[in-house]
Write a protein that binds this ligand. Sequence first.
Ligand code: IMP
Length: 178
Amino acid sequence: MSNSNEIMDPYLDASQIAARIASLGRSITEVGAGPSPLVVVCVLKGSFMFFADLVRQIDLPTNLVFLGVSSYGGATESSGAVRLTHDLTLDIRDRDVLIVEDIVDTGLTMSYLLDILRARAPRSLRVCTLLHKPARKRVDVPLDYVGFTIDDVFVVGYGLDYDERYRNVPYIGVLRFA
Ligand code: IMP
């Protein structure tokens, strides 16, 4: 699954991820439904796998929507520049919205997402991230649901990529360069 100089060390296995997602789904379900279906936003591409598993654990009426952002190139460092590559196809004014993200690292991407979605006047706006890497925080962002708080390591798999590879790996590993 790796190039010759890249090694993926196991970090979170599929059963750990599934157990944590079941618990996140219960927490989100417990809050209950508002006047209309919960708008669950998949932040492409990294959160597609997490999103697919999480929404199946949310026992509420939902509308599922997709938002594309791009912040990383081939490197493991954030450029800080966030670009919208695909906008929502639903008006979120007065709606309860849950953003589903793969990882919050510097927080720059989430801060950008919160700014653009808040400007559309939703009824409520919450954030669920599978991973949180607090060591590299550059801006504070409110995180309502966090799957795992992780060390300052570069992770791939389960939707997360390095140079567009590893997204299909069913578990999360730490990438190192031999
Ligand atoms: P932030 O803007 O620095 O918080 O980074 C957010 C985005 O960077 C995530 O949505 C990921 O796409 C990417 N990213 C950050 N850390 C990692 C990592 O360890 N592995 C893979 N992608 C990462």
